[in-house]
Design a protein around this ligand. Structure first.
Ligand SMILES: [Zn+2]
Length: 432
């Protein structure tokens, strides 16, 4: 099956990795792959042709840090500080969640993400087997992990939790290479050294990605130093042998200059979560410094209880505003850099070098952003328009691996009415 997308404005990637805005060109997708980008007169024929007039075609957004089923906790505990938020608002609800709830909450999250242009998402939450299945059914791309936790220095590894982490990575393989299973360490403060070392050891054979929360709050960062003879979370994780190019670290708000050296050397990616960090008043990550040092930086929404939505356009917009202001420099983190955080850098962080760019030979993960609404005209500079003016609701088409999953308000792989009904049933039970 081949599709031609014609008459759109294309945000392609040139040979040097920079964006090129193409007008009067088309994209031809053959199966899962972008086969052609260029003038329509030279384009190969396709089975289906779609007119993308007044649409920007850009790479699908990559949400590199999230907890999808937390749609079930959207807005819960709003206004509380992090520790109180977790202990009094979040944990008591999470205790009630069943595997079936997870499937329902994840499906709801995927609907929100597809409708706002996310084609690939990282997910860290309970019952990941359910999340894995729902991602497979829906057609979205994602990385899924069993949350790595350990609480006792004296426990014998392997624990049940450790075995579950390993069996997810070993047993959940996707023949389409679309849903990845990976390792996770919740954080330095919720794992013990023996557990971290054992995950590092087994991953030297399995080569999966490792998803970890790092230095989200000042308290967590300082308590780690107090526990480990002055070592920061990054220094401690390095000592445990876990850090390499497969590792991607969410937040990194309080990382220090020495940590950035380690991240650069070990090729660890950082994930910027502007809304979540603002809502929980965790602070501002030094994104500009990370990029200057050569650290790969991606972008994420975090979960729905600390954001409270999964809209990557909002993250791009807010993240840009924050960095410009904390640096008192309007030239910092420009729109093209921000678009890379939200696309190709996120793909790289999640172990995917075959997506995140509109380029011949890459996977066809493409979204169409409408220029119809007043806030999208005039369109003098496409990257600026996408970061500073576009809304998630301007997305009119979302394609993953050449399959259209969402178009003009309709889902192709999800029964939206049934999903809403099931969501309401879960919410009524959990909060009733
Ligand atoms: Zn998180």
């Amino acid at each position: 099956m081949s599709i031609k997308l014609k008459n759109g404005i294309i945000l392609a990637t040139g040979e040097n990795g920079d964006f090129r805005v193409l007008e009067g060109s088309c994209i031809v997708i053959n199966g899962k792959i972008i086969e052609y980008i260029g003038p329509e007169e030279d384009a190969p024929c396709a089975d289906e042709v779609k007119d993308m007039r007044n649409r920007i075609l850009m790479p699908g957004l990559v949400n590199a840090h999230g907890h999808g089923p937390m749609t079930l906790l959207r807005g819960v505990g709003g206004g509380l500080a992090l520790q109180e938020w977790l202990e009094t608002a979040i944990f008591p609800i999470e205790d009630k969640l069943t595997p079936e709830d997870i499937a329902v909450g994840e499906r709801w999250a995927i609907m929100e993400m597809l409708a706002s242009g996310t084609t690939c998402v990282s997910d860290m939450y309970d019952f990941p087997w359910k999340t894995w299945e729902v991602m497979k059914e829906s057609g979205i791309k994602g990385n899924v992990c069993r949350v790595g936790l350990s609480f006792s220095d004296t426990e014998e590894i392997p624990t049940n939790r450790f075995n579950e982490c390993v069996s997810l990575v070993r047993d959940y393989k996707d023949e389409d290479d679309r849903v990845f299973s990976e390792f996770c360490l919740h954080s330095e403060y919720l794992t013990k050294e023996a557990f971290v070392r054992k995950i590092a050891e087994i991953n030297s054979e399995l080569h999966a990605n490792v998803n970890v929360h790092v230095s989200e709050t000042r308290r967590e960062h300082e308590e780690c130093k107090a526990r480990h003879n002055g070592l920061t979370p990054i220094q401690y994780l390095e000592k445990c042998g876990i850090l390499d190019e497969n590792t991607y670290a969410a937040h990194c708000v309080w990382v220090e200059d020495g940590d950035l050296e380690i991240m650069k050397e070990k090729k660890v990616s950082a994930v910027f979560n502007p809304s979540s960090n603002c809502k929980l008043a965790s602070g501002f990550a030094s994104i500009d410094k990370m990029l200057t040092k050569g650290v790969n930086v991606a972008l994420g929404t975090d979960g729905c209880a600390s954001n409270d939505n999964l809209n990557m356009f909002e993250e791009m917009h807010l993240g840009s505003m924050i960095i410009k202001n904390i640096k008192s420099d309007a030239t910092k983190l420009n729109s093209e850099q921000m678009l890379k955080l939200a696309t190709v850098n996120g793909a790289r962080a999640m172990g995917r070098t075959d997506t995140g760019e509109l380029k011949v030979g890459k996977r066809a993960d493409i979204i169409a952003v409408s220029l119809d609404k007043p806030h999208m005209y005039p369109a003098f500079n496409i990257p600026n328009l996408l970061v500073y003016s576009a809304q998630g609701s301007d997305v009119v088409m979302t394609m993953v691996d050449g399959n259209i999953l969402y178009e003009n308000g309709e889902y192709k792989t999800i029964d939206a009415e049934k999903a809403r009904f099931e969501m309401k049933k879960c919410i009524d039970r959990i909060y009733g």
